[in-house]
Design a protein around this ligand. Structure first.
Ligand SMILES: Nc1ncnc2c1ncn2[C@@H]1O[C@H](COP(=O)(O)OP(=O)(O)O)[C@@H](O)[C@H]1O
Ligand SMILES: [Mg+2]
Length: 340
């Protein structure tokens, strides 16, 4: 039996239909007009002990909702969910002993206490014996220099330091599975690298199963063999990451601020690229935020310098940024049949 077994799992939320303004809000209260959000819509997968699985998808895809069900915080609306043979929601206390969880937006540490006191409280809660506690604390210190933070109040830690502490804390009681929900959000490259190596080492040394959600494709490339892509509550892909990186590894997005931007700009940009590179050039153009035009292109087919050259030759550009391919465009390309 797999460590995590999920079959036809659903989570539906009933949400009030909102209307504008105070009067609208008042009427909403009594209208009883609801709609159903299918946050998780009939998903199935199995995860084996020792795997690191990247659970990825755009905002609102249903990642956190799935994790909340797996950790017993939310009750499923339907379907089968077992972790280590038990249904998490009905066995919360028992399950807490075999799980660790980190939500990137929150901390499980005590805000006003020094770091080491938080770890001592967790030791009591999880009944970790002194020997194991000392061994684990020694290991965390070796990996990320935890000792230097022991006496610091949690509220005074930087976001990156706090996240390192939170991740270490989630492994303290040697759980079978650790859920990490957006652990690298808002962190700079050097802290991300530390977090990746912490996760990798802990998985390798203890065979801890890890489910990781992230917006950062670099995280999944560094850590996961297997990824599950979810969007709108449904699973789009479940398999080896290599198939996905082979397709997307060469993609980059050129973000442009074009002067005198008009409605026709996107189309004329498309025409210029087609003129120069042919119809099958693999470039996609979109306006994702105000004043910025995104050209996503495949470096293997259309090198950056050529794409940029074409843009500069035909448009007045006031600012340029180059970014790795976004989660949103990966998902778009999966819909477009990229993995078929
Ligand atoms: N408590 C809730 N009540 C109503 N809708 C919710 C609730 N939690 C999440 N949702 C909705 O469910 C969908 C999935 O949310 P979530 O699982 O948080 O996505 P993700 O973590 O992938 O960004 C979203 O449309 C979100 O608005
Ligand atoms: Mg989330």
């Amino acid at each position: 039996m797999s460590l995590i077994h999920i079959q036809n799992l659903n989570k539906h939320f009933k949400v009030l239909n909102r209307r504008e303004g105070i009067g609208g809000a008042f009427r909403d209260l009594f209208s009883g007009s609801y709609r159903t959000v299918k946050a998780v819509d009939d998903i199935s997968f199995d995860i084996e002990a020792g795997e690191i699985v990247g659970y990825i998808g755009p905002n609102g895809a249903g990642k956190s909702t799935t994790i909340k069900m797996m950790t017993g915080i939310l009750k499923p609306s339907g379907g089968t969910l077992q972790v280590n043979g038990l249904m998490p929601y009905n066995n919360r206390i028992k399950q807490a002993q075999i799980m660790g969880v980190v939500f990137g937006q929150r901390t499980q540490l005590w805000w006003d206490l020094p770091v080491i006191e938080s770890f001592k409280i967790l030791r009591e809660i999880y009944k970790v014996d002194q020997k194991m506690f000392d061994r684990h604390m020694g290991m965390f210190d070796e990996l990320v220099g935890l000792k230097t933070l022991y006496s610091q109040q949690v509220r005074t830690l930087s976001l990156g330091q706090r996240m390192l502490c939170d991740i270490a804390a989630s492994f303290l009681h040697n759980p079978q599975v650790v859920f990490l929900d957006e652990p690298t959000i808002g962190l700079d490259i050097s802290v991300k690298a530390k977090i990746r190596s912490l996760i990798k080492t802990l998985n390798a040394e203890r065979n801890t199963t890890i489910i990781l959600t992230t917006h950062d494709l670099g995280d999944v490339e560094a850590l996961c063999q297997r990824i599950i892509i979810i969007d709108k509550g449904k699973i789009l892909y479940d398999g080896d990451i290599k198939r996905v990186t082979a397709l997307f590894g060469a993609y980059r997005t050129l973000k442009l601020q074009i002067d005198n931007y008009a409605d026709s700009t996107l189309q004329s940009l498309q025409e210029k690229l087609t003129e120069h590179f042919g119809a099958d050039n693999g470039c996609t153009i979109a306006q994702t935020e105000e004043f910025w035009t995104d050209v996503t292109f495949d470096q293997a087919r259309t090198p950056l310098s050529d794409v940029l050259g074409q843009v500069m030759a035909n448009f007045r550009v006031s600012d340029v940024r180059i970014v790795e391919i976004s989660m949103e465009s990966v998902v778009q390309q999966v819909y477009d049949g990229a993995l078929r």
